[in-house]
Design a protein around this ligand. Structure first.
Ligand SMILES: Cc1cc2nc3c(=O)[nH]c(=O)nc-3n(C[C@H](O)[C@H](O)[C@H](O)COP(=O)(O)OP(=O)(O)OC[C@H]3O[C@@H](n4cnc5c(N)ncnc54)[C@H](O)[C@@H]3O)c2cc1C
Length: 401
């Protein structure tokens, strides 16, 4: 029997760990149940940190971990998935093609920044979405020091005032000063379509964010769309032109395109709708998880967000349940009541909230310490020690905050 997992993000990694855990508990050998994980590289890209400096360091190797828990790593990108023949078509890095059959499939292919067809965006827009994007932005920021000083050189425009946009924008003054010198006067502007900044954060926490933006001198342009980008800067739908050499696009993500391979319902973000066990209804043998899935996380009508916090736990449930079906044991319905947010606010500290109402629990330096612990410890893979790694993937305990 073979269980195939597509994706080595937070969801894929925990799907592999929890499937291997259940196989171990049931006393089944890796020969009887093979667990194979397909991804372009055997590394976890620590996406939640990609707004930070030195993005090239923000990956963690998974090969030793997979070896320790008897998970077979298959290098490549899944291009097709045929639910009839239960086969995945894979493109390899060398330009070849191969196929892999499965008895159960876990789709954990994550998400990607959505770049609308705005004139100039493809040529002039940067982002902090993928490792390559973050490295390109970092290189560009370092290159600014060689350019003649001007207002446009010292200005960064961040499009999108949600979590990612705020984290990128509040980090920017310090990153620009590090590149341009401590006497530089960077200007950072967030542009958003909404009436308020961080529309999802709610009234309790928004004043903390607004205060941080004021402290850092980050300006906002609200209720503003983008008309175009060019070499000289960005033009807003209001007609305002902002001279800048750096535009960071952070306005919305979509599920990775692999979800389109399945004849199943998807939401507006391209996520596959799944049942409580994270199965894709109508597609036998297929589970979806993490940012690739839209899953109910309680009985009160709440759905998992595209977040590392949800992806990790959903991954553990999906891997467990796919393995459970093959091992003939009962599945566990996914549930995730606790929800916290921890938003980095650059040199203005951080903001930690609890609950879906996002009640402020910590601000400033205390919250910053928690953010640093989350970003440097909690979200990294477990050590490549078999017993401890498998124990860390009990679905009921993963991200139980
Ligand atoms: C700058 C930034 C800040 C963020 N901050 C936070 C935060 O503070 N808190 C939080 O909870 N979340 C945060 N997030 C969101 C979080 O990173 C994502 O929700 C999380 O990465 C989703 O995990 P995932 O495993 O579903 O997908 P991903 O992490 O996207 O991983 C997907 C994996 O699938 C692979 N893949 C994709 N397509 C294929 C294919 N066809 N074949 C094979 N492999 C494939 C990819 O290579 C990757 O290995 C942030 C994201 C960004 C970009």
């Amino acid at each position: 029997m073979r269980l195939v997992i597509i994706g080595a993000g937070f969801a894929g990694m925990y799907a592999a760990l929890s499937a291997a855990r259940l196989r171990d508990i049931q006393g089944v050998s890796p020969e009887e149940l093979e667990i194979a994980l397909v991804s372009p590289a055997p590394t976890l890209v620590v996406r939640p940190r990609l707004y930070e400096p030195h993005p090239e360091t923000l990956t963690a190797s998974l090969l030793e971990l997979f070896h320790a828990i008897d998970v077979v790593y298959v290098q490549g990108s899944a291009e097709t998935a045929d639910a009839g023949t239960r086969t995945v078509g894979i493109a390899t890095a060398e330009g070849g093609r191969k196929s892999l059959s499965y008895d159960r499939l876990v789709v954990a292919s994550g998400s990607k920044l959505f770049r609308p067809n705005i004139p100039g965006l493809a040529e002039h827009g940067f982002s902090v979405d993928s490792l390559d994007d973050a490295v390109a932005l970092d290189k560009h920021l370092h290159g600014l020091a060689q350019r003649p000083s001007s207002d446009a050189r010292n200005t960064v425009v961040v499009v999108g005032g949600g979590f990612t946009g705020i984290e990128a924008a509040t980090e920017m003054p310090a990153r620009l000063r590090a590149v341009l010198g401590s006497d530089a006067r960077p200007r950072v502007i967030i542009v958003d379509r909404n009436k308020v900044i961080a529309p999802d954060m709610g009234p309790d926490s928004r004043p903390v964010i607004e205060d941080a933006l004021r402290q850092l001198g980050v300006e906002t342009r609200l209720e503003a769309g983008i008309a175009s980008l060019d070499r000289s800067g960005i033009t807003l739908s209001s007609g305002e032109h902002i001279g800048t050499e750096t535009v960071i696009w952070a306005a919305g993500i979509r599920a990775a395109p692999l979800t389109e391979q399945f004849a199943a319902e998807r939401d507006n973000s391209g996520r596959l709708l799944v049942d409580r066990d994270l199965r894709v209804p109508g597609v036998p043998g297929v589970f979806a998880t993490g940012d690739a899935a839209r899953a109910a996380c309680d009985d009160e009508g709440r759905y998992a967000l595209m977040s590392c916090q949800h992806a990790t736990r959903m991954g553990a449930f999906a891997g467990n349940n796919a393995a459970a079906e093959l091992l003939g044991v009962s599945t566990k319905p996914y549930h995730q009541k606790a929800y916290v947010t921890c938003l980095d606010l650059g040199e203005a500290g951080a903001l930690f909230t609890r609950g879906w109402e996002r009640k402020v629990e910590m601000v400033g330096e205390v919250a910053k310490k928690t953010k640093q612990e989350i970003n440097t410890v909690w979200i990294y893979p477990p050590k490549a020690e078999r017993a401890a790694a498998l124990a860390s993937a009990d679905p009921e305990r993963v991200t139980d905050l």
